[in-house]
Write a protein that binds this ligand. Structure first.
Ligand SMILES: *[C@@H]1O[C@H](CO)[C@@H](O)[C@H](O)[C@H]1NC(C)=O
Ligand SMILES: *[C@@H]1O[C@H](CO)[C@@H](O)[C@H](O)[C@H]1NC(C)=O
Ligand SMILES: *[C@@H]1O[C@H](CO)[C@@H](O)[C@H](O)[C@H]1NC(C)=O
Ligand SMILES: *[C@@H]1O[C@H](CO)[C@@H](O)[C@H](O)[C@H]1NC(C)=O
Ligand SMILES: *[C@@H]1O[C@H](CO)[C@@H](O)[C@H](O)[C@H]1NC(C)=O
Length: 256
């Protein structure tokens, strides 16, 4: 199920030792009407994740929820990584499948370190084409991460674009205003270093983000993604509750 309400984006860069993903399972089951778009990242890419029992078991648990979409992590070094290596990673993820005992199939690919200069438009188009022809049918969703606002033309080659990945201070000062309204419905944002012990602020900022029409968001008090921060479960509750009650701004379409 994918509904039209804002999703929770999850850069899940945590190895699934026993109980490590438990806060995520708990959040997903507590918020059945919220979509979780989760990035699976065994080792800066697929590595041999499909033959690691901990990965197989934890991803299979995630697959048991109907309100998740899973994306395999691939980094492209701002267009510097070799095409062969990029293709190999995508090909490897395309073999992750459902068997009698497990289900690790993915819904798409997350392309990290995406370039922003428009001279790389055709490069990004080629990556999208490769994902769509390599991943099993209807599992070729493309989520790119330039981490900053990019030219609207790049949005033609992605289903989702992560248009912000930086601190809350920067988000509050300028980040939010730099993402054009007409692109927000396909834009996700990842905000770190959110102030600790400020639940009221978390609630009002989450409400603003939902009202602004973004596609999916992640907010953490940590300075990276190595843990589920102290606000994780409150954040998910806020998203789940506020998407039911917050009016989303009517957004203009981009001028062609
Ligand atoms: C999910 O949505 C359904 C249908 O709108 C509603 O009946 C139900 O209460 C919602 N569940 C939660 C946990 O919000
Ligand atoms: C490629 O790498 C170089 C050095 O590592 C970096 O300066 C450059 O920005 C990268 N290319 C792009 C397109 O970002
Ligand atoms: C920035 O912080 C202030 C004070 O908490 C808040 O009112 C405002 O909505 C925030 N702006 C954004 C873009 O989150
Ligand atoms: C998020 O993007 C997807 C794919 O582009 C789209 O189907 C979905 O409706 C969007 N969600 C929102 C809340 O805009
Ligand atoms: C979410 O809504 C439910 C039902 O209205 C309420 O009981 C709960 O306290 C709310 N949670 C938060 C975090 O606001």
């Amino acid at each position: 199920m994918v509904n039209l309400a804002m999703a929770v984006a999850v850069p899940l860069y945590i190895w699934p030792t026993t109980n490590a993903w438990k806060p995520l399972y708990n959040a997903i089951s507590a918020a059945p009407n919220t979509t979780f778009n989760i990035i699976i990242n065994p080792d800066s890419g697929p590595s041999n994740g499909a033959s690691q029992p901990e990965i197989v078991s934890a991803v299979t648990t995630l697959r048991s929820y109907s309100n998740v979409q899973l994306f395999g992590y691939v980094h492209i070094e701002y267009a510097n990584r070799s095409t062969d290596s990029i293709h190999n990673d995508i090909k490897t993820y395309s073999t992750w499948k459902k068997t009698a005992k497990s289900d690790i199939h993915l819904d798409g690919i997350f392309i990290d370190e995406a370039p922003y200069e428009t001279k790389y438009l055709s490069y990004m188009k080629d990556i999208q084409t490769y994902i769509q022809k390599t991943m099993p049918k209807s599992h070729g969703k493309v989520w790119t991460n330039p981490g900053i606002p990019i030219d609207a033309k790049f949005y033609d080659y992605a289903d989702y674009v992560n248009a912000y990945e930086n601190s809350y201070a920067d988000w509050n000062a300028t980040g939010h205003n730099e993402i054009p309204e007409c692109l927000r419905q396909k834009s996700t944002v990842m905000i770190y270093d959110f102030p600790k012990n400020a639940p009221g602020k978390l609630n009002s900022d989450t409400k603003n983000i939902i009202a602004s029409g973004y596609n999916g968001t992640f907010i953490t008090t940590s300075d990276g993604y190595e843990d589920f921060s102290s606000i994780w479960s409150q954040y998910v509750k806020d998203v789940a509750n506020l998407t039911r009650t917050t009016k989303v701004k009517t957004l203009p379409s981009c001028k062609k």
